[in-house]
Design a protein around this ligand. Sequence first.
Ligand code: KG4
Ligand code: ZN
Length: 361
Amino acid sequence: MDRDFTILAIETSCDETAAAIIRGGRTIISNVVASQIDEHRRYGGIVPEVASRQHILTINAVLHDALRPLPGGWNDIHAVAATYGPGLAGALMTGLNVAKAIAWIRELPFIGVNHIEAHIYANWLVTEDQPDAPEPQFPVVALVVSGGHTLLALLEGHGRYRLLGQTRDDAAGEAFDKVARLLGLGFPGGPAIQKAAENAPGGVTLPRAWLRDSYDFSFSGLKTAVLHQIREYRAREAALQPGAGKRSASAAAESPLPPTIVARLARAFQESVVDVLVTKTVEAARAFGATEILLAGGVAANLRLREELRRRAPVPVRVPPIALCTDNAAMIGAAAFYRFEAGKQDGWDLDVQPNLPLQAE
Ligand code: KG4
Ligand code: ZN
């Protein structure tokens, strides 16, 4: 397909309002992301109603910024794409309907994109420091780890996926966020835990849920293990208080945990998550003869995960720059290009699919 083919892509599946212009599926002409993180932080997590309203308030300005580098403006766009799932229904609706309206008015093809597939396609984008990076060569194994998803997939060609395994409970990012909350660290939890774990003393080992003979993951038991460690620490502290009794035990339960305890648990938690993710990904890469491992999703920003995967992988590991690991519309544009190239496009009746799985069509 024409390497000048230019796609306007929109992403509003969660708490980022994003628009991007992508040329030839790989070149980023613009990539605008308006994060709502400050709106949600006060609630300690994402509030769907707040997200929907914020997308409506922000989308026009984001689109305006994304179009700015195009000399011909709207006339330079050849197709419009948007995420239609998975994600929050109300949030998805804004981006999807804006994209459909633009495509309809401009009489352009419209392409609906699976958000998880798009996270993987962030690995097809080229960046300024490596403008000539070769495309990934199939088969590849992709590890998608974000706030909403954790899965391992085999890609045998564009649009040809095999879901190898996924989380049976919490997503990896969700586990980071929940454990950060238990430790009294801020939201989002991933970066906070990574920071707390830096230079932390060892000495604590938390369990790993291997789920033998399966590429599935489970992180909720690990979260409970952290909670038990915190309770044990509190109980020990309360017992040491002079006149230890009910009053001092409950007072201790409310006080912040000392930084060394937080650091030690943050490190042990992170090591456990990284160990399981890396072990299963490396096994899959070997089993399916992958030429490369592609990392994707917000948790791919985790430095320990990158380091450990690179250390243990039998093949090269590709990781997008951090700004392309977290939610953005550039990855939607990349995924849309290869869908369109394969002859796929969507009608005006395409609706949001909040639980859309990663599936080959
Ligand atoms: O992909 P993403 O931006 O949104 C979803 O589609 O979910 O991922 C956000 C998730 C959050 O759970 C956040 O805590 C996690 O990615 N995250 C990290 C790091 N940076 C972000 N987790 C671990 N280490 C990090 N450095
Ligand atoms: Zn995402």
